[in-house]
Structures are given as structure tokens and as C-alpha cells.
Design a protein around this ligand. Structure first.
Ligand code: DQA
Length: 167
């Protein structure tokens, strides 16, 4: 089973209690349970983490640099729009897909939410589908992982034929 890390940033622990008209009634625990259930069916194992501290988020990203996970899904909350440190940490990840996720449509809100430092580095972005954004992001990661597998197979095949020709 491939392991996917899901990092949640500041204030996301208050989902279900906070600005319900924007983020909905679903709690982070409920999102975690639904996402885990969905992932299991497509043979992915997801680990959920949440912190209100930037340094903790950065340390979790560093675990991805060390190949502990096969994919990263990140909702950095308000740090999305401010944190060069989180962007730099993400830049250090070379081998695994990164998907940025948001519950709300950040482009339909205040101007300052339109800038995302995470988007500079992420392979793709999913936003605006409420709690369902997480499921869509898992689907996107699965797709990228499959593509990666196909790519690996292709290069293996290519190298084999190259070696045969040399002989
Ligand atoms: C959010 C969007 C951010 O702008 C905001 O600061 C959040 C949540 C979202 O999931 O919609 O905390 O990341």
C-alpha cells in the first residue's frame, strides 16, 4: 500500500465550528474518516496531521523529503498566502506528487487569498468543493502515482531495448 500524508494547517481543527457558511458543517475528524475510507478502497493509506504551528508543518514536509511517504496533500490554511518557509520546504521534495487543497474557492474571496505560495510548487490544486475537495485530491494523487508507475515501466522497457541493440 502506498502512503499519503495529509497536512492541515492553522484553524482547520475548528472545521464544523468555524465560518460554517464558508467551510460547512463537517469536522476535520469526519473529513479524515471519509478520506481514509475512500483511500483504502483504492489501496492508499492516508495519515492525517493538523497543526496551528508553521514549524511543525515544515517538519512534516521534511519527512516527505526523506521518502517516508509516496504522496503529499496539503491544506496550509492561511499559511498558503503568506509562508515562503513552507514553500521552500515543499521545493525540497523531488520524488513524490504534491496536491494543494482548499475547501473554499479561494479565488472568489478576498484579494489576499488569491496568492498561493503552495501553488508555486504543487503538481495540482483542488479547491471549492468543501469537504469533498479532499476526496478529489486523493483521486488526483492516485492518478499521478499511476502515471509515475507507467513512466517507470516505459523507461525500463526503453533501457532494455537500448541494451539489446548495443549487444
Ligand atoms: C482554506 C482557505 C484559506 O484562505 C483559509 O485561511 C483557511 C482555509 C480552505 O480550505 O478553504 O484557513 O485553506
Amino acid at each position: 500500500m502506498k502512503n499519503i500524508l495529509v497536512i492541515n494547517g492553522p484553524n482547520l481543527n475548528l472545521l464544523g465550528k468555524r465560518e460554517l457558511e464558508i467551510y460547512g458543517k463537517t469536522s476535520l475528524k469526519e473529513i479524515e474518516n471519509k478520506t481514509k475510507e475512500f483511500s483504502k478502497n483504492i489501496k492508499l493509506n492516508t495519515t492525517f496531521k493538523q497543526s496551528n504551528e508553521e514549524s511543525k508543518i515544515i517538519s512534516w514536509i521534511h519527512e516527505c523529503v526523506n521518502d517516508k511517504y509516496n504522496g503529499l496533500l496539503i491544506n496550509a490554511g492561511a499559511y498558503t498566502h503568506t509562508s515562503i518557509a513552507i514553500m521552500d520546504a515543499l521545493k525540497a521534495i523531488e520524488n513524490i506528487p504534491i496536491i494543494e487543497v482548499h475547501l473554499s474557492n479561494i479565488h472568489q474571496r478576498e484579494e489576499f487569498r488569491k496568492k498561493s505560495y503552495i501553488s508555486e510548487v504543487a503538481d495540482g490544486v483542488i479547491f471549492g468543493f468543501g469537504a469533498h475537495s479532499y476526496i478529489l485530491a486523493i483521486m488526483a494523487i492516485e492518478n499521478l502515482l499511476k502515471k509515475k508507475k507507467r513512466l517507470k515501466k516505459k523507461t525500463k522497457k526503453r533501457n532494455k531495448t537500448k541494451n539489446k541493440k548495443k549487444k
